[in-house]
Each structure stands twice: as C-alpha cells, then as structure tokens.
Design a protein around this ligand. Structure first.
Ligand SMILES: *[C@@H]1O[C@H](CO)[C@@H](O)[C@H](O)[C@H]1NC(C)=O
Ligand SMILES: *[C@@H]1O[C@H](CO)[C@@H](O)[C@H](O)[C@H]1NC(C)=O
Ligand SMILES: *[C@@H]1O[C@H](CO)[C@@H](O)[C@H](O)[C@H]1NC(C)=O
Ligand SMILES: *[C@@H]1O[C@H](CO)[C@@H](O)[C@H](O)[C@H]1NC(C)=O
Ligand SMILES: *[C@@H]1O[C@H](CO)[C@@H](O)[C@H](O)[C@H]1NC(C)=O
Ligand SMILES: *[C@@H]1O[C@H](CO)[C@@H](O)[C@H](O)[C@H]1NC(C)=O
Ligand SMILES: *[C@@H]1O[C@H](CO)[C@@H](O)[C@H](O)[C@H]1NC(C)=O
Ligand SMILES: *[C@@H]1O[C@H](CO)[C@@H](O)[C@H](O)[C@H]1NC(C)=O
Ligand SMILES: *[C@@H]1O[C@H](CO)[C@@H](O)[C@H](O)[C@H]1NC(C)=O
Ligand SMILES: *[C@@H]1O[C@H](CO)[C@@H](O)[C@H](O)[C@H]1NC(C)=O
Length: 881
C-alpha cells in the first residue's frame, strides 16, 4: 500500500505541475465529481494536496461520461523516476494506461483492473518484475500491449493463456536469451507480433501456424536458426514478414514453394535478408501477386532467378544482392513489374542478356547491378529511366563509351558508380543535380576505367568525385572551384595530368580529401592552402613537383595525413607543419629535402604514427625529442646523410614497445559516405622488398635507419620494442656487438644489420626470434658459431652471413657436427604462417572496405592469401553494409 501511494503521489505531483485542468467529465447525467474510491486510489495523501477533488478534471485523466469512472490515464513522457509497484486495481474501469517513455521509471510488480484494454509501458524498466506475464494474463480484455525496451529478461510461464482479446503485442528490444516461448503461440487472435532485437534463439516452432490471424510478424535481429517451418504457409492473413538478420538456414521452398499455400495471396512484404538461407529460389515466388518488397540479400541462394518473378506486378523493391545466384537475366525476368523502383542484384554472378530495344515497364530510382555482367555494351534500356537517383554498376564488364543520351537521364542521379569497368572515351556529361535533392550529397565514382581526354569539359556538381586510375590528360581546370564548389573528396590520382596545380583549388573550402598522386603534375605547390580548414588528407605524391613546401600547407588544423613523397621538392621541412597536432602520417620521402631533422617534430606532432623521410638529403643527428612520439609505429629515415648515434631513448616509442596496445587503428579519414574514401598508404621496405601497405599498415611496426652515417653501438634499449617487426640498420657505421638481448624483439620478422662494423659473435638469443623470416648480417666483422634454433634453421641462404670474419655453422658449413634438429624447419614455417595469418586477420573488423580491396589487389600474397582476403572482404562488407 505504501509503495502504491508513492506512485500515486508521483503521478499527482506531475499532474499538479501540469496545472491546467482538462474538462472531460461533462456528460449530461454525470454530476461532476469522480468516483471516490478511484480518487483515493489516485490520491493517497489527499490532505497534502491542494488540488481539485474532481480527479476527472486533471489533465491526462479521462473519465467515462456516464459513470464517472477513470477510463484513461495517459502519462506518456511524464519523466517519472524511481522504483515503484504499480497497483491501479482500484481504478476498476481503467481501459487505457500509457506510461511509455518514462525511461527512469522502474516498476517491480503490476496490478490492474481486468477492464484494461490498452497498456503501453515501452521504455519503463520492468527487469525486477518477474511475474509480469502472470499479471498480464489476468487481463482478458487486453487488446494492445506494448512492452518494448523494458529490459525484460524472462518471459515467464502461464498454464493457461487467457489473452483472448489481444491483437497487438510489442516485445521488441528486450533480452530474453531463450527460445520463443510457447504461450505466445496460444494467443488466439494476435494480429501484430513484434519480437525483434530480443535475443531469441533456437528454431521457430511449427506452432507459429496457430496464430492464424497474424498480419504482421517481426522476428528480425534475433539469433533464430534452422529451417523456417513450412507451416508458415498457413498464415492466410500474413502481409508483412520480417525474418531478417537471424541465422536461419536451409531452403525456403517449404513455406514459399507450395503453389497451394494461402500465404501467397496475402504477403506483401518479405524480408529474409542477412541470414544463411541457401538453395535455389522457388519458381512459385511468381505466384505471390501481392508482393511489394522482396528482400533476399546477403544469403547463400544459388542458381538462376526464376522467370516467374517477372509476373510480380505489384513489386516495388527487388533485392537479391550478395548471394550466389548465377545464370542469365533477361527482360522476361522483369516483364510485368511495372511498379518496380529499386532493382538490386549486386554481388552475384548474373549475366544480363537484354534486348537492346527493350523498353522496361518501370521507372527505377535505385539500380545496383555492381559485379553483374552487364557489358560489353552500356545498358541501352537505361535510356528510358528518367528518375534514377542511384546508379551503381561497378565491376560490370562494360567496355563501351558512355552514350550521349546518358546526359538526359543524369539530372536526378545522386550517386553514380561506374568504377572498375573498361569504359573508354570522354568523361560522361552530367546535368546539374535537380534542385529538389539539394539536401543530398552527390557522389560520382568513375575510377579504374579508361576515360581519356581532358577534364576541361567535365561538369559536375559532385561532392565526392573519384576519377582515379584513368587516362586523363592535360590540366586540372582553373574553374574547378566554380563548377564543384561543394567538393569534399577529389581524387584524380593515377592519371596523366600534366598542368600545374591550379591555385583555384584552394577556393573549395569544403574540401576534405585531396588526392592528386601519380600524375605528371609539374611546378610548385601553390601557396594558398590557408582557406582549406577542413582538409584532413592531402596527397600530392609521385608527381614532378619542385620548389619548397609552402608555409600555408601547415595551416590546416585538422590535417591527418600529408603525402608529398616522390617529387623533386627541396628546402627544409617548413616550420609551419608544427601546428599539425592531429597529423598521423607525414611522408616526405624521395625528394631533395635537406637540413636537420627539426626537434619540433617530436615536440609538436604528438599524434604522429608514420614518419617517412627516406631518400632525401637530411643531415645531422636524430633529435632526442623524436622519442616523445609515443604513437609512432613507422619511422623511416633511410638513405639520408644523417650522423651521430641511435638515441637510447628509442626505447620510449610506446606504441612499438607495447604491441598489446595495438587496439583499433581507425586510420581512414573519410567523408561521411561509405562509397569512397582515402586509404592510408605507405611504401615500406620489409624483407628486402618494397611493398605498399594500405589496410595492413595498421599492423606494421617498423624502424628503418639504413643508408646513413650512424655510428656507435646499437643501443640495447632498442630491444625493448617488443612489437617491432622490421628493423633495418644496414649501410651505416655501427660498431660494437649485436646486443645480447636481441631475442627480446619477439615480433621481429625482418632484420637487416648488413654493411656495418659490427663485431663479436651473434648472440644466441637471436634464435628466439620465432617469426624471423628475413635476416641479413653480411659484411660486418662477426665471428664465432652461428646460433641455431627453430626459425633460424629456415634461413639457409649463405649470402646473409658473407663478408664476415670467421662465422661458422649452418648454413655456411655443416661439418662441425651441428645438426639441424629434425622437423625444425617445418615447425618454423608453420608458426610463421599462423602468425602472419593472425597478424593479417586480427584487425579486420573495423576495416574500410575500399581500402581493403585495395590491399587485395596491390599487395603481393600467395594465392591462398588472396583467396582468404577476398572471402574476408565479403565478410567485412557484410558487417558494414
Ligand atoms: C452524484 O454525486 C453524489 C454525491 O456527490 C453521488 O452519490 C452520486 O453517485 C453521483 N451521481 C452519479 C450519477 O455519479
Ligand atoms: C464524453 O462526451 C464528450 C462530449 O459528448 C465526447 O466528446 C467525449 O469523447 C466523451 N468521452 C468519453 C470518454 O466517452
Ligand atoms: C483499494 O481500495 C480498498 C478499499 O478502499 C483499499 O482497502 C485497498 O487498499 C485499495 N487497494 C490499493 C492497491 O490501493
Ligand atoms: C487467467 O489464467 C490464469 C492461469 O494462468 C488463471 O489463474 C486466471 O484466473 C485467469 N484469469 C482470468 C481473469 O481469466
Ligand atoms: C544465454 O543463455 C545461455 C544458456 O542458458 C547462457 O550460456 C548464456 O550465457 C546466456 N547469454 C546471455 C547473454 O545472457
Ligand atoms: C483476415 O483478414 C480479414 C480482413 O482483414 C478478416 O476479415 C479476417 O477475419 C481475417 N482472418 C483471420 C483468420 O483473422
Ligand atoms: C546481420 O545479422 C546479424 C545477426 O543477427 C546481426 O548481428 C547483424 O547486425 C546483421 N547485419 C546487418 C548489417 O544488419
Ligand atoms: C502444400 O500445402 C498444402 C496445404 O498447406 C499441403 O497439403 C501440401 O502437402 C503441400 N505440398 C507440399 C509439396 O508441401
Ligand atoms: C601536357 O601534355 C600534353 C599532351 O598530352 C602536351 O601537349 C602539353 O604540352 C603538356 N603540358 C605540359 C605543361 O607539360
Ligand atoms: C624516455 O623515457 C624515460 C622513462 O620514462 C624518461 O625518463 C626519459 O626522459 C624519456 N626520454 C625522452 C627523450 O623522452
């Protein structure tokens, strides 16, 4: 009783606050005061409340006109808090109670009058309310029950279900972690059942067919598995079925393949996406004449698409993407679908074989046929489609030029992706985006084709424009800023552009990513970057730029990645770069920079992860301050003229010393589109080969000081960098012994100490380096017996030891009685392989798909890797999509 009073007081306090009375009790025979016992149930502390005795006048309380009974309490979003028991049993005529969206209210037991018809407690905490089901089961008049997001964890059990009136039941967003309880299948008149996001597992019972009034069934986002029961086909009133994002498997021909099932006369919305369904698509699908949405993507359906689909004249969305469908798609498959607006078939092995003269019965708004075989000709039937908003046809085997009529259908296109085809000729002409789409961002992706000619005549009001990897020539037009004032990403890399970088680019204030690498851009970098305050990535690498780096290139507060490598730039590193506190990658390698390595790099660029300045003309010593860079993972000072010793404080590179802190390196600055972005990339020499690292970059820890004039000892502190995978100190003047504790570099895969003045014996701890697969100690003054151990025995190339004084043992000579332990080589290789796989797999969850695909094609891997790689792309894509 006490607790119920508390509730009531809270309710009343709320009502008082709301003040304004609602005159709702004005029926002819009704004399103006509410039923006493009901008022008492609402007012336990009458005396303390200065409030109108007529509770029917209170806002949010509605009484029956004739009898004066409270019939409705609507206390939605009233911001109640605290933990209470709800005893409203004395409101004997209560029919309607809405307590939803009181997210701080926790209720531990429920009691209502049996008159209740509508109960909404969505968002109210009921996790302590163990017998909620028993209480609800006392309400035979209940029509609609809303218990979503109540943190219910058990469904409870009742011997007899007497919810004979219940038509609508919401139990979404709870955490039941159980099979769907059988009482649910005994609510005889249920029409709408929502059980999504509730951690249901196990299979779906055949008893589902008891619910023969069901019109709407939502079981999505659970962990249900196994086949879906055939008996679903007895739900003759079912119009919307959501089974997406579960683990269902097996064929769907049970419920959907039977020509005498009655579900086919009612079903309008079928969501089966993101499960593990397999088998072929039933021919009978064409009989589901009411179907509007048919969403089967991200499963393992195989075989051809049944021609009968073309009979679904009510269909609006057809999504078969990301399955294993193959075979031909002809106009027959789409024959009568006159209302179709989205056609999504990407990620299958379908071959489109459509008559060039075909005029489709529909007007599509979204088309995604990526990776279907559409070519060699550009699909002619698109000519008739005037409302296309998204046209995605990447990797679709098109070897044609863009037809002239394309311009006529372009004015509604928000997203265009024709990447990875062999499209030739000039760039497409695109009309300005129809103004009614102003709120959207237009993206235009034409990368990896054979577009040629100049950019001069290209007009596009795109926000994302990627024309990389084509055959474009000439200049980047001066007027780019006028034509594309909203650009956020501009990628023109890997073309043959040969004009100077126009200063007008600096007027595109929205620019986020500028990627102009791998062209023939000559001359100086313009000195106008101050405007581009949003810039996060600038990549001007691999051009023929010369002169100094303008000071204004350091004024972008949020710059994350700056690539100027492989040009003819000179001068010192401009001091303006010290403002870039978020800079993660600075790549100035392969230029003619000179001067000293500034100490402010360590003091100011505190986010730096990659510092690559190799192949320049830097002199002087490594500043101690470099050791402040706790996030540094890749340091490449190779091929300069630097002197002095390797600082002992190199042990302070925390990110390399504590590889368990690898964590997620979300290194992809990207515009808020999944369609395109910029994959961070760095060239690194590892194991004697130069590789471009993109997505796997985040797993790489490397120090390369080779080709300088460093002298002194290799500091033993360097050996604390237990995450280091690549250490290259070759071609210096380093003396002394190889540190005895080199075995502590337990992640080391590649070690090059060649061409120094190292002497003494090779420390035996080197044989602890289980992942070492490349080593070069040649041309030093090393002597004594070469240690042996598992991994070391696999390094059987003699040349890695030549040019030393007196080394002996395997592999130089095997006559001293040192025998290769049996099976050693095998063990070593297996481990190496496992590790590399682990190394490779371990961070894929957060990968950026485009970048990752990049790795698949750029990096050299063994075939098995390549295979695994593409499988993963698929999986990662599944996750992201
Ligand atoms: C009118 O009010 C009196 C007392 O104020 C009460 O006894 C009576 O039941 C009320 N009439 C109706 C129709 O509710
Ligand atoms: C009471 O009567 C008024 C006026 O006749 C009507 O608008 C209102 O809907 C009725 N209320 C109930 C709860 O029946
Ligand atoms: C309901 O009313 C009766 C009679 O006034 C009272 O004894 C009882 O405590 C009330 N129950 C609740 C839960 O308020
Ligand atoms: C509802 O069913 C339960 C059995 O679970 C029974 O005890 C109860 O009396 C029934 N209540 C009503 C109001 O029919
Ligand atoms: C779900 O239930 C299973 C078996 O009862 C139990 O092992 C598992 O820990 C539960 N999971 C959660 C998230 O409660
Ligand atoms: C099916 O729906 C129709 C129309 O909405 C209705 O008349 C009929 O009673 C429903 N059938 C069942 C079994 O609920
Ligand atoms: C696919 O289904 C799984 C399992 O329910 C779910 O965890 C995942 O979020 C779904 N994926 C998407 C993109 O909805
Ligand atoms: C098709 O459904 C009908 C009625 O539900 C059933 O009697 C028949 O056995 C089913 N046929 C097949 C092949 O499943
Ligand atoms: C750029 O290339 C074109 C030929 O493609 C040539 O005619 C032109 O002179 C070149 N311009 C510059 C600045 O090198
Ligand atoms: C390196 O770390 C040690 C121990 O934390 C500290 O005393 C030293 O000052 C650091 N040196 C530099 C150059 O950061």
């Amino acid at each position: 009783m006490g607790t119920s009073a508390v509730t009531v007081v809270k309710i009343l306090a709320m009502l008082i606050l709301l003040q304004s009375a609602l005159f709702c009790c004005s029926g002819a025979n009704f004399n103006g005061s509410c039923i006493k016992i009901e008022r008492e149930a609402l007012v336990k502390f009458k005396a303390s409340l200065a409030i109108d005795n007529d509770c029917c006048r209170w806002e949010r309380v509605i009484c029956e006109n004739i009898t004066g009974h409270v019939v409705k309490l609507d206390l939605s979003r009233a911001s109640f808090q605290g933990k209470v028991s709800l005893h409203l049993g004395n409101l004997s005529s209560l029919q309607y109670l809405d307590l939803s969206a009181n997210n701080e209210l926790a209720i531990d037991s429920l009691h209502f009058a049996s008159s209740l018809k509508y109960l909404n407690m969505e968002g109210v905490l009921l996790d302590k309310c163990d017998n909620w089901l028993q209480s609800i089961n006392m309400l035979p008049s209940l029509l609609e029950l809303f218990l979503s997001n109540c943190q219910l964890s058990i469904t409870g059990h009742v011997s007899h279900v007497n919810l004979t009136s219940l038509e609508v039941l919401y139990l979404r967003g709870n955490n039941f972690n159980s099979t769907i309880p059988s009482w649910l299948f005994n609510v005889p008149n249920l029409q709408h059942l929502y059980l999504s996001y509730s951690s249901f597992r196990g299979s779906l019972s055949t008893e589902i067919c008891n619910l023969n009034s069901l019109a709407f069934l939502d079981l999505s986002y659970n962990s249900l598995e196994g086949n879906i029961p055939k008996t679903l086909n007895k739900l003759c009133n079912l119009s919307e079925l959501h089974l997406e994002s579960n683990k269902f498997s097996g064929e769907i021909s049970g419920p959907f393949g039977n020509s005498s099932s009655c579900i086919q006369n009612s079903l309008q919305y079928l969501y089966l996406l993101n499960n593990s369904f397999s088998g072929s698509l039933p021919n009978n699908l064409g009989q589901f004449k009411c179907l509007k949405f048919l969403l089967l993507s991200h499963n393992s359906f195989w075989g051809p698409i049944p021609v009968s689909i073309g009979q679904l004249y009510n269909l609006e969305i057809l999504d078969f993407s990301q399955n294993s469908l193959h075979g031909k798609v002809s106009e027959l498959h789409l024959l009568k679908i006159r209302g179709l607006s989205e056609l999504i078939m990407s990620g299958n092995s379908l071959v489109f074989d459509i008559d060039l003269k075909w005029v489709p019965p529909f007007q599509l708004s979204s088309i995604d046929l990526s990776s279907c075989k559409l070519g060699p000709w550009f699909p002619q039937w698109l000519k008739t489609q005037k409302c296309i908003a998204y046209l995605l046809m990447s990797n679709a085997s098109i070897s044609d030029s863009i037809p002239d009529w394309f311009e006529n259908i372009s004015s509604n296109i928000i997203g265009l992706d024709l990447s990875y085809n062999q499209i030739f000729g000039t760039l497409p002409k695109l009309r300005k985006l129809n103004t009614s789409y102003d709120a959207y961002y237009r993206f235009i992706l034409l990368k990896s084709n054979m577009f040629e000619g100049s950019l001069t005549h290209f007009h596009s009001d795109a926000s994302i424009l990627d024309i990389s990897s084509n055959l474009l020539r000439g200049q980047i037009p001066q007027k780019t800023s006028k034509i594309m004032p909203r650009l956020r990403l501009l990628s023109l890399s890997s073309n043959n552009l040969n004009g100077t970088i126009p200063a007008s680019l600096c007027r595109i204030e929205s620019l986020d990513i500028l990627h102009l690498s791998k062209n023939l851009l000559p001359g100086r970098i313009p000195s106008c970057w101050g405007n581009l305050q949003r810039l996060t990535v600038i990549d001007l690498s691999s051009n023929i730029l010369n002169g100094r780096v303008p000071m204004s290139l350091g004024s972008q507060q949020f710059l994350i990645s700056q690539h100027l490598q492989n040009n003819n730039l000179q001068g010192q590193i401009p001091i303006s770069l010290r403002n870039l506190e978020y800079l993660e990658t600075l790549d100035l390698s392969m230029n003619a920079f000179n001067g000293f390595m500034p100490s402010w790099i360590g003091e100011s660029l505190s986010s730096l992860k990659v510092l690559s300045v190799h192949s320049n003309k830097f002199q002087g010593e490594i500043p101690q301050q470099l050791c402040y860079l706790a996030s540094l993972r890749i340091l490449n000072l190779a091929n300069n003229m630097m002197t002095g010793t390797i600082p002992t404080c190199f042990g302070n590179f925390t990110a390399i010393a504590m590889p368990e802190n690898k964590g997620l390196w979300d290194y992809y600055p990207r515009v808020p589109f999944e369609e395109d972005g910029y994959s961070e990339n760095v060239l690194v020499y590892v194991k004697g080969i130069e590789r471009e690292y993109t997505s796997t970059l985040r797993f790489l820890y490397s120090i390369d000081l080779s080709g300088n004039k460093f002298a002194g000892n290799i500091p033993k502190e360097l050996m604390t960098l237990s995450g280091l995978q690549n250490l290259n100190l070759s071609e210096n003047k380093l003396g002394g012994h190889i540190p005895w504790n080199i075995g502590k570099l337990k992640s080391l895969e590649s070690l090059d100490l060649s061409k120094n003045d190292l002497f003494g014996s090779i420390p035996s701890s080197i044989s602890n380096l289980n992942f070492l697969s490349y080593m070069n100690l040649s041309f030093n003054h090393l002597s004594g017996r070469i240690p042996f151990g598992n991994q070391l025995q696999t390094l059987d190339d003699k040349s890695i030891y030549i040019g030393n004084n007196g080394l002996r043992g395997f592999p130089l000579n095997n006559c001293s009685g040192d025998e290769l332990p049996r099976g050693a080589e095998k063990v070593g290789n297996t481990r190496k392989h496992d590790f590399e796989m682990l190394w490779f797999y371990s961070g894929l969850g957060m990968g950026f798909v485009a970048g990752f695909v990049g790795v698949c094609s750029i990096l050299y891997f063994k075939d098995s890797w390549r295979y695994a790689c593409f499988q993963l792309v698929d999986r990662v894509y599944n996750k992201l999509w």
